[in-house]
Design a protein around this ligand. Structure first.
Ligand SMILES: [Cu+2]
Length: 142
């Protein structure tokens, strides 16, 4: 009986370690805004959550020449956009990228982002030990 209990316990421990080893950034509610014909910039939104402190350091896409991380805030009554070197993800606290706030901005779109289509992004995260992990995300275009 004793040995069975300890076996079960070690299996649980093992599972916990495995989960922690795979960096724990999850991406939810991702979408991209449909662009108008002739428009060369696009925007993408999502909610990023990480169980451990992590940092979004780089975003790229085959559909765009460059992707930047931006913040948006009110400055003396004027909406201002700022490019961020990275976006911090505090442990266990979801960070929302949404219209009017943080967003991913796509430049030099190869073709318009058509509503109903899909956009692929590659997001690179860095954890506090400096280890990087890249995640491919497919976003519906709305
Ligand atoms: Cu922007």
């Amino acid at each position: 009986m004793m040995s069975l209990t300890s076996k079960v316990f070690s299996v649980i421990l093992f599972l916990t370690c495995t989960l922690n080893a795979q960096a724990a950034v999850t991406i939810n509610d991702a979408w991209a805004r449909a662009s108008k014909p002739g428009q060369e910039v696009g925007a993408a939104y999502m909610t990023l959550s990480s169980s451990d402190w992590s940092c979004l350091t780089k975003v790229s896409s085959a559909a765009a020449g460059a992707v930047e991380i931006h913040s948006m805030s009110m400055d003396k009554g004027v909406m201002k956009m700022r490019m961020l070197e990275h976006l911090e993800l505090p442990a266990g606290k979801p960070v929302k990228l949404a219209p009017g706030g943080f967003h991913l901005m796509l430049f030099e779109l190869k073709k318009p982002l058509a509503a109903g289509g899909k956009l692929e992004l590659l997001l690179t995260f860095e954890n506090e030990k400096g280890k990087t992990e890249s995640k491919k995300v497919t976003l519906p275009i709305k």
